[in-house]
Design a protein around this ligand. Structure first.
Ligand SMILES: [Zn+2]
Length: 93
């Protein structure tokens, strides 16, 4: 699989079952499965993680890359964390 637009909710559920069986929220230690944000309960929503070159003068820092990430939301405490989508894509390649 080469692109995030190919990922379905079923792929993410399979990824969870394969890779995150021992999932635990890093904040509250809940073992409840985190929510995956979707539109219309089907289309997966992503966030973008910006990678930057930090300059000594912060105003001169430059964005070098944006990479899509999958935000996961703890249903107990609301903690949000991201999984790099390239790892998920690689899992299905
Ligand atoms: Zn939590």
């Amino acid at each position: 699989m080469e692109h995030v637009t190919q990922l379905t909710k079923k792929h993410l559920e399979d990824f969870f079952d394969d890779k995150l069986q021992d999932y635990q929220c890093p904040c509250c230690k809940s073992k409840e499965k985190p929510a995956i944000p979707t539109a219309n309960d089907e289309e997966i929503s992503f966030s973008l993680l910006d990678l930057v070159d930090i300059a000594k003068n912060n105003s001169e820092s430059k964005k070098v890359l944006s990479t899509p990430a999958l935000p996961l939301i703890c249903q107990n405490c609301g903690n949000i964390y991201n999984i790099a989508t390239y790892v998920i894509l690689r899992h299905f390649s």
